[in-house]
Design a protein around this ligand. Sequence first.
Ligand code: DC
Length: 227
Amino acid sequence: MSGPQEASLDVVAFDGPSGAGKSTIAKGVASRLGWRHLDTGSMYRAATLWLLEHRVDPADIDAVERSAATLALRLGDAGRVWLGEREVTRDLRRPEVDACVSVVSVIPVLRREMRGLQRAQAAQGPLVAEGRDMTSVVFPDARWKFYIDAAAEERARRRQGDYERAGTTRDLAQLLGEMLERDRLDTSRADSPLVRVPDAVYLDTTKCSAEQVVEEIVGRIERERGG
Ligand code: DC
């Protein structure tokens, strides 16, 4: 991990595959530190929803570029997201968004737009940011970097639990298949693929609770800050 002397940005950056517990952990760390939390996956999900609703084909780069220029994405507290005047927070986890988001998030023009918005968030004060390219591309100079991982079967089970809590029953084998396909797309794309950077602390959450991981991370940060 980069020490305070080498990196200067007051950012805790988290990367890792979906279902590894990043969001719960990042929210917990942000709450314990009293810092703002940025879920960049929700930004790509909002862009995906926007393109789906406007029937833009992600393969049509010109159309995506035109549409991205009118994307009025706004972020609020507690992970709330608006497209223009409409709050879309609850729509971001819809199965059709899940199914398309990895395809949409390969589009360079969108990634450029998102990077600008994400860096602007860090300019407003200390930040806990989670996604796929936080440690590698968006905040390479973050003071703290973590890669959160878990076994694929466990990640699929967690995703199934999320759906259940939202009132939807999903088949575990199918969820696992979708998750592996998204992992493949996220790690193999040309622009900002998900990677484990050498200076990120690797944490495997397969067998531990989010609370334990939050304790471990906050402990490390407080020790480094001399707290
Ligand atoms: O974390 P999540 O499942 O909400 O992310 C949804 C998708 O967004 C994920 O499949 C990859 C993409 N994503 C990305 O490409 N870059 C980020 N910084 C965050 C998410």
